[in-house]
Design a protein around this ligand. Structure first.
Ligand SMILES: [Ca+2]
Ligand SMILES: [Ca+2]
Ligand SMILES: [Ca+2]
Ligand SMILES: [Ca+2]
Length: 374
């Protein structure tokens, strides 16, 4: 970990007006105002996430129709080394994010081009080398305006790794109950359970990361059940969210981070703040109706859904449906059943754990959801 706090101003001296009178002074003042305005208004500073009734299939395949309802946000600001330029074959990245009010989850689609993918970090509570591997970083703050979060859970910095062996990913953050970065005590935590579903695929050097993510409140601590600490996602909710990528193109033997690229513009002075302070995160607003997509035109076809005494799930469709998919989601939002159905379906749920589940029947832009209890 490194810290880099600098307080010097980065306004080029030629833009600072030295005279206030005359046409030249006015022009210089206008240039100065324009340059300040544009510095405050970079794409990625403010993001809108639209609600989705239909869940993307988390399979590392970006072709779900529902992703068309979200806009791309570029991951294109070089934080370290600051403002250096690299080729788009070395790194290019962008992401989309959707949300759902029933599962209280965010859904991410991230497209990364990286010429050499370096994984192999193995989680240990005392091994802080994960930022030196290829890592997708999700900075998320459930409530704004943000604060110091490095050692606590008022915000999260999920370092989603490339995994190792058969482990597809880990999600590492720092949590120190003593709040003093006592590195020797083992303060790294693996929060991979905060991502109910995750899949990464690649074609050549182009990688698709598709996953869902819980939005956890600051009262969550490691060893708690995260599903009990999910924030309620509602229309208009404002959060902090920045995505970034640590790019290592060397090896896992001597890992080193060549570049650190993010979705939000930062000044040189602020490029290394987000990992411990959430005030710098980009602004995310949840919107229930985008007004520009087909999401709100979803029609609710009818169905009859019930669980019988033998723990069989019964679904009976009205004639509006053709051959929809039926999904069963557990309380964390994980899809435990995903099946295409005809007019009627019976599913054996006797091996499922007790608790609440959500049944989702979907076809094109039509959807039917119902909570059940086992
Ligand atoms: Ca998919
Ligand atoms: Ca690269
Ligand atoms: Ca917070
Ligand atoms: Ca790389």
């Amino acid at each position: 970990m490194s810290e880099n706090f600098r307080s010097n101003s980065h306004i080029p001296s030629q833009f600072i007006p030295t005279k206030t009178g005359g046409v030249n002074g006015l022009l210089i003042a206008m240039l100065f105002a324009f340059s300040s305005l544009s510095a405050m208004n970079h794409p990625g500073d403010s993001i809108i996430s639209v609600h989705t009734d239909i869940f993307p299939t988390i399979d590392g395949d970006a072709s779900d129709a529902v992703w068309n309802d979200a806009s791309w946000v570029d991951i294109n600001y070089m934080w370290m080394p600051y403002n250096t330029t690299i080729t788009t074959s070395d790194f290019a990245g962008r992401y989309k994010v959707l949300w759902n009010k029933t599962t209280n989850l965010l859904y991410f689609l991230v497209e990364i081009t990286d010429d050499k993918f370096v994984n192999g970090y193995v989680y240990s509570k005392s091994d802080g080398s994960y930022p030196l591997f290829d890592v997708l970083e999700v900075f998320i703050d459930e409530d704004r305006p943000g604060s110091e979060h490095g050692c606590n859970n008022t915000a999260y910095a999920y370092h989603i790794t490339g995994g190792h062996g058969t482990v597809e990913y880990e999600a590492i953050d720092i949590y120190d109950p003593k709040n003093n970065y006592s590195w020797g005590d083992g303060i790294y935590v693996n929060n991979s359970s905060h991502l109910p579903e995750f899949k990464r695929t690649n074609v050549g050097t182009k990688y698709i990361w598709e996953f869902s993510l819980m939005v956890l409140k600051s009262t969550y601590t490691p060893n708690n059940d995260p599903t009990l600490f999910k924030a309620t996602l509602v229309d208009g909710k404002k959060m902090g969210l920045t995505l970034a990528y640590c790019d290592n193109d060397n090896s896992a033997v001597n890992p080193q981070r060549d570049n650190f690229i993010a979705s939000k513009y930062e000044t040189d002075a602020n490029k290394d703040i987000s990992w411990q302070n959430s005030t710098t995160f980009a602004h995310l607003t949840l919107k229930e109706n985008s007004g520009t997509t087909g999401i709100e035109s979803v029609t609710a076809f009818s169905a009859k859904v019930w669980v019988d005494g033998a723990k069989q799930l019964n679904c009976k469709l009205d004639e509006s449906w053709n051959r929809p998919m039926v999904q069963l989601l557990d309380i964390s939002g994980r899809v435990v059943v995903d099946k295409q159905m005809a007019e009627e379906i019976k599913l054996d749920l006797s091996s499922c754990k007790q608790g609440f589940y959500l049944v989702v029947i979907k076809e094109n832009q039509s959807i039917y959801t119902q909570k059940i209890i086992l």
